[in-house]
Design a protein around this ligand. Structure first.
Ligand SMILES: [Zn+2]
Ligand SMILES: [Zn+2]
Length: 231
């Protein structure tokens, strides 16, 4: 069993396990087995489990735990990356911004919201509601390929007469776009006012990238723990 099937055993609002499973992914396992397995996996990898449940949007509590854990981890990595460029209260605030930005990139998907590119999140243009985002200030982070990552290969389709698809070159087949790091740069430079673009790229951006990878590693770890204990 992997995390995706384990999700079915969780009640959506809290991080607790429900014994009335809607559909049993694996008939060999009883609810008790699964509760035991998830309990053990959570004990071994609370961070990874929280990340995963936050990602599938099951729990607000999981999201808070995940960001708090990531912030704590980021603080341990900060000296190596940031050196003496920030310290004290500033450091705490910067690390929090970077952890939040890394989390946003980790959960990023075609269904994630992003700032409306037309009104820049302001919801209105010259006092009139923005038409592009219907006045919400947000749009889905979906590529023009409708988030599928595939587009029709016109050349091949014309040549062969068979409808052929190819990987979308706009999003590289992901179906959505990376959150530009300029968003985090702007937030950090509101705290570290003297921050230059080159210091950002040399010190802060690598820490941000490292945090996104850390999330993926932790999720994989939780996933392999689940697989191991339910084997
Ligand atoms: Zn708009
Ligand atoms: Zn695309």
């Amino acid at each position: 069993m992997n995390l995706e099937s384990a999700v079915k055993y969780f009640s959506p609002k809290s991080l607790s396990i429900t014994t009335e499973s809607p559909c049993t992914a694996d008939d060999r396992l009883t609810a008790t087995d699964i509760m035991g397995a998830l309990g053990m996996a959570t004990a071994k990898s609370q961070f990874g489990m929280a990340l995963f449940f936050a990602k599938v949007d099951l729990s607000q509590e999981a999201k808070e735990i995940a960001i708090a854990e990531l912030t704590r981890y980021a603080l341990t990595q900060a000296p190596k990356y940031l050196g003496k460029s920030v310290s004290g209260r500033q450091l705490g605030m910067v690390v929090k911004i970077l952890a939040q930005a890394a989390y946003a990139e980790y959960v990023n998907s075609p269904d994630a919201d992003k700032e409306c590119p037309v009104c820049k999140g302001a919801k209105k243009i010259n006092g009139i509601g923005c038409k592009h985002c219907k006045g919400t200030g947000l749009v889905k982070n979906r590529c023009q390929c409708h988030g599928s990552g595939k587009v029709i290969d016109q050349v091949r389709t014309n040549k062969t007469g068979v409808l052929t698809e190819k990987i979308c070159s706009r999003c590289n087949g992901k179906g959505f776009f990376k959150i530009p790091s300029s968003v985090a740069y702007r937030a950090v430079s509101s705290i570290v006012t003297e921050l230059t673009q080159s210091t950002w790229s040399r010190r802060f951006k690598p820490l941000l990238d490292h945090l996104v990878i850390k999330c993926e590693i932790e999720e994989n770890f939780a996933n392999s723990t689940i697989k191991k204990v339910t084997k």
